[in-house]
Structures are given as C-alpha cells and as structure tokens.
Write a protein that binds this ligand. Structure first.
Ligand code: NAP
Length: 275
C-alpha cells in the first residue's frame, strides 16, 4: 500500500497531515520532552501531538526549532483545554499556546474534550483562528456521533480531524463511519492501549508471523485502516521501534482477526456519556 514515515493525508481543507507521529502526553516537561521530540524528528517522525494540558508545548517548540528542519516540514497539533471553553477564552488560550510553542502558526488546533455548555462558542473561536491563518486546520477530540451532529448543525467549518481513543480493543465503528461520511480524518490516540494489552498472546502470535512487536502490529493495524497514529514514548528505543512499521503489511485475514478483538477497552477517558 506504499505507506512511508513521510506519508501525508489530505484533510478536508486541503492541508496535508502526516499519518504518523509522536504523542507527548505524560512525557515530563523540560529535557525529557525535548529529547523525545528530538529523537523522533531524527528518526523521521513529522507530526508531534501536544496540548496545553500536557504542559510541554514549550519543549515541543524548542525541540522542533533545534532540529533545524524547516517549519513547514513538521506538523504540530495542540488543543484547547476544558477550562478554556467559550469564545473569548478559547481565543486567549490559543494565543497562549502559540506563544508557548513559539511559532506563528499551529498546524492543527483541536477541542480536547466535548465539555457541555460552551463548546459551540469554542468552535466559533477555532473557526476564526483558522480564518485568520493562525491554525492551518481545526478539529475536535473525543467527539462521539451526538457531539459531531450537534457541531455540524451550526458549524461553518467541518472539523478536519477527530482524535479519539482507538485500537483493536476499542474500535468504535459508528463514529468512524460518521467521520468517513463527513470527510473528517480519524486520529487514533492511545493506539498502544497505554501498554495494557501489549502482552496479549493473540497479538504476539500475529507479530511473530511478521517478525514484528506488538506495538508495531497495533500501529500498523491503525495505519492500514487509514487512521493517523500517534503512539507515545519517551524512550529512544521505543520511539525507533514504533517507526519500524512501513516495511510490512498485515494481511487481510490477520486484519480481520485484529478487528474482532474489540472489547470496549478505554484506557484514557470515555466520552460516550458526555451530554
Ligand atoms: P499509548 O501511545 O497507547 O501508549 C504509551 C505507553 O506505551 C507508554 O507507557 C510507553 O512507555 C509505552 N510504549 C510505547 N512504545 C512502546 C514499545 N515499543 N514497547 C513497549 N512499550 C511502549 O498511550 P497514550 O500516551 O495515551 O496515547 C498516545 C498519544 O495520544 C498521547 O501521548 C497524546 O498525544 C494522545 N492522547 C490524546 C488524548 C485526548 O484526549 N485527545 C488522550 C490520550 C492520549 P515508554 O514511554 O516507556 O516507552
């Protein structure tokens, strides 16, 4: 299928987003985040997923600048946190994120969570931010079908991306189908189940067939489904291992077997019942 670490997918507004990147949630701010991002960029990662909530936007900016890569080669996502909802507050939160990152433009700005109450006003702020060219694309995270339906009913801009928890063990087909229908790219967070299923014997057996580790199988499964994958690691050896997923292809029968592992496993948060 010809995927490579440099592959990008065209979002619904024409912006091209890398299909593979590094998530930096729970990587301690400071040298640890800077080291992880630097390693990832050296290995060939071109997407970094951070958030105000992660507390390490500053370090992402430092590492990206330190890499010497042209700014437009690295795609940076950050997110508006739950206590920054509302039109004016979200605009301010964006400016603060932009300042911490130290870049004039953010590639993708997401609503982190569908907080009830002000989220429609927050989306209006994101639309303005995009219109002014400060974010190249805008999107949402943890939005399930009812949240997306509500948003689409009043939005001028259809979200480019919905970042949701996704792995063979949590494979929410309804929201994935909805996103496909509306040309919203699906980005998989916690693709390694935060480690909870990396000793699963069924995954190990699939890995053995291809000479690959369980994390590599999990990432490749998501890529072959067309999801954007952002595994997190702070360890150089894992960062490298997780990128070795472009030299093999999981066969259709093994993909089907992996698809059938769904057990509704949430390892982060579950937004299903968020009103
Ligand atoms: P994850 O990527 O599923 O798993 C990370 C865990 O797996 C860490 O404990 C990491 O440990 C370990 N790991 C990584 N590579 C490994 C390897 N090759 N072998 C063994 N263990 C390995 O978890 P996640 O951080 O929750 O999700 C990824 C990213 O998605 C986050 O960093 C964040 O950017 C995003 N996210 C977004 C939301 C949201 O609400 N929008 C929620 C959760 C996550 P080491 O660091 O020791 O390698």
């Amino acid at each position: 299928m010809g995927l490579s670490i440099g592959s990008r997918m065209k979002l619904n507004n024409g912006v091209e987003m890398p299909i593979f990147g590094l998530g930096v949630w729970q990587i301690p701010a400071g040298a640890t985040t800077q080291r992880a991002v630097t390693t990832a960029l050296e290995v060939g990662y071109r997407l970094i997923d951070t958030a105000k909530f992660y507390g390490n936007e500053v370090d992402v900016g430092i590492a990206v600048r330190g890499s010497g890569l042209p700014r437009d080669e690295v795609f940076i996502t950050t997110k508006v946190w739950n206590d920054d909802h509302g039109y004016e507050t979200a605009l301010k939160a964006f400016e603060a994120s932009r300042k911490r990152l130290g870049f004039s433009t953010v590639d993708l700005y997401l609503i982190h969570w569908p907080v009830p109450g002000l989220r429609k006003e927050t989306w209006k702020a994101l639309e303005k931010i995009q219109k002014e060219g400060k974010a190249r694309a805008i999107g949402v995270s943890n939005y399930m079908v009812p949240h997306l339906e509500e948003l689409l009913a009043s939005a001028e801009v259809v979200p480019a991306v919905n970042q949701i928890e996704l792995s063979p063990f949590l494979y929410p087909k309804e929201v994935i189908e909805f996103c496909k229908k509306h040309a919203i790219a699906v980005e998989a967070y916690s693709p390694l189940t935060k480690g909870h299923r990396i000793n699963d014997p069924r995954l190990k057996a699939v890995g053995q067939k291809y000479g690959k580790t369980v994390p590599q199988i999990l990432i490749r499964w998501g890529l072959q489904h067309g999801f954007i994958e952002i595994p997190k690691s702070s360890r150089p050896e894992h960062i490298k291992e997780n990128a070795q997923v472009f030299d093999f292809e999981i066969r259709a029968d093994d993909m089907r077997a992996l698809d059938s592992l769904g057990e509704g496993l949430h390892v982060a948060w579950d937004p299903t019942d968020e009103p």
